[in-house]
Ligand binder design. Structure first.
Ligand code: NAI
Length: 224
């Protein structure tokens, strides 16, 4: 099966498997049964088997999974056996937070440039990386073979910068600006919405409250 046929639901679960297997490796766990893996990850064993069968299995009957092997293979599927050059466009709160986060580097994503328009930020360094004026973006992208651009600038500016970056050779956009980017189909665009995630928290919290309210009503009826 080629990657195109793998559902986006599976692709969404793979980073979680990868993260979890990484934690097991840190604890020197060598192998794990699909039952244990499923209990720990709160995904059914058959779901795990089905997901991994998309890529040819990796498990062995009666043995379970070799943690390091599975971690390495999932890493390859996710493209984490490569190194990526990342730039951040918009060096405000979010851009600086991303630039300061060292764990991306451990996964092979190296921030090579940070850009902004604000003269007060130009020349400042974040983890040794200088914030450059956005006018230098074109030359920088063309000379440095940038793989991924994180857009952490105002939403009114993101579509134009996104199009320019693609024109100059960037193939993947990690878009934090809350706006749609109109880019060619062969460009990878991953939109990140923390607010949507927070709304799911609110939904689940509200749902839990409703359940408790119902339980209280039922308990009250039983008492009568
Ligand atoms: P901020 O105002 O602190 O930073 C924005 C930066 O972009 C500023 O430093 C500004 O000078 C710079 N900028 C403006 N025009 C530019 C241009 N043409 N080229 C390069 N840089 C430019 O804002 P913050 O809080 O860092 O948010 C940044 C973006 O991320 C906003 O669009 C915001 O809505 C979005 N955001 C998205 C979240 C998500 O979950 N997706 C969460 C938080 C913010």
């Amino acid at each position: 099966m080629n990657d195109k046929e793998i559902s986006s639901a599976v692709v969404k679960r793979l980073p979680r498997y990868y993260r979890y297997l990484g934690e097991l490796m840190e604890k020197d766990v060598v192998r794990i049964s699909s039952k244990e893996l499923s209990e720990k990850m709160k995904v059914t064993a058959s779901q795990i088997r089905q997901d991994l069968n998309n890529f040819g299995g990796f498990g062995q009957q009666g043995y379970g999974y070799n943690v390091e092997y599975l971690y390495t293979e999932i890493g390859k599927i996710l493209g984490l056996d490569r190194h990526y050059k990342v730039i951040i466009v918009g060096a405000g709160n979010l851009g600086q937070a991303l630039a300061n986060y060292t764990d991306f580097e451990k996964r092979g994503f190296r921030v090579v440039g940070i850009f902004d328009v604000n003269p007060r930020l130009i020349g400042m360094t974040i983890r040794g990386i200088e914030v450059r004026i956005v006018d230098e973006l074109e030359t920088f992208v063309k000379e440095n073979g940038v793989d991924i651009a994180a857009l952490t600038l105002p939403k009114t500016k993101a579509p134009q910068i996104g199009s320019d970056l693609v024109k100059w050779g960037v193939r993947a956009i990690w878009n934090f600006a809350p706006t749609d980017l109109n880019l060619p189909d062969d460009v990878i665009v991953e939109n990140v919405h923390l607010a949507e995630s927070l709304m799911r928290v609110s939904y689940n919290l509200r749902n839990r409250e409703r359940e408790l309210e119902q339980e209280q009503v039922l308990a009250g009826m039983e008492e009568k």
